[in-house]
Ligand binder design. Sequence first.
Ligand SMILES: [Zn+2]
Length: 322
Amino acid sequence: MTGTAPRPRLSTPLRVTTAVAAVVPLCTAGWFGWRALDHSHPAGAAVAVSAPAAAQAAAPADTADPTATPVAPPTAPPVAPPPTADDPTGTAAPAAGANGLAGRTVLLDPGHNPGNSAHTAEINRKVDIGNARKECDTTGTETDAGYTEAEYTLDVSRRARAILAARGATVVLVQDGDRPWGPCIDERAKAGADAHADVAVSVHGDGGPAGGSGFHVIMPARVVAGKADNSAIVEPSHRLGLLLRDRFRTATGEPYADYVASQGLDTRSDLGGLNLSTVPKVFIECGNMRNPTDAKRMTDPQWRQQAAQGIADALTAFLTTR
Ligand SMILES: [Zn+2]
C-alpha cells in the first residue's frame, strides 16, 4: 500500500449520490467518486436506491457466502458508465449493467485444488504442454499461518463469479471444490474452449521470497510447438493483461510485485495453462503469500472481495471495450 492514498468510503446511498453529484464537475475526482460508489455497494450500486432488496440479493456482502447464486434484479436499470475524462489510458471502467454481459461466457481457473496435497501421485504425473512436459498440477503455496493458495484461489474465483453473474455473464469454474484433485494444467487450458468461453483468467497467489511483495499478471508468450499453438490469443491476452493489471491495482491498492516481473507484468512460455489455451487468457498472482504483509491482506475476506472486484472489472472491460 506504500504511496497509495486511501480511497473515500461512503456508507449510505444518499451520501453516495451527494458525493457523486459533487465530484462529477471535477474531472480529476469523478473517477474516484465512481470507485467509491462501486466499492460501497459491489455489483448493485446503481439499483441500491430503487430496489434495495434486489440489490442486496445481487450484491453479496464481504462476509456473505461467495458460493451463493446471485439473483439479478429483473427490472434493474443499467449501471451508468463512469467518467472517462481522467482516464488517459482509455481503459475506463465498463458500463456493466445488470445484463451488460448477457451472452458472454467467462472461464475462471482457480489455481490448484485444496485436495492436491492428498493426491501427489496423480498431480505429479507429467503432461504435454507443447514445448515441454510438466507436472499435471501442483499443491500451490500457503501463508505462514497455513492459509493455502488453493483455498484463496477458489474463494476469490467464487466471489468474481458472483459479480460477473450479476452482470449477466455465464461463468464457468474449472474446478469448484467439487473434485478431489486437479484438474491437470492441460485440462485447465482446454476448459476455455470446452466452455466456449470468450475469455479466461487463472487465479493464483505466489510463493516468492518472504521479503518480496506485490502482485503481477502473467501473459502468454507465443508458443508454437508440438500440440501448442497459442498465436491467436497472444494479442488479445496482452490487452486483457493490461486491463487486469490496472483494474486489480485500482480495486485492491496492492502494489506491483517488487521481486518479479516488471510494472506488474510478465510474459511466459512455460505455463501449460497459457501455451495450450485457445481463448484469451492470463494468470494473476494476486500477492506473495510468503510475505507477511501480503499474507495479511490475502487472508482478509474484505480484501479478497476487492481482489474479485478487480478481476471482474477487468474481464468486464475486456468484453465491453476494444
Ligand atoms: Zn499457483
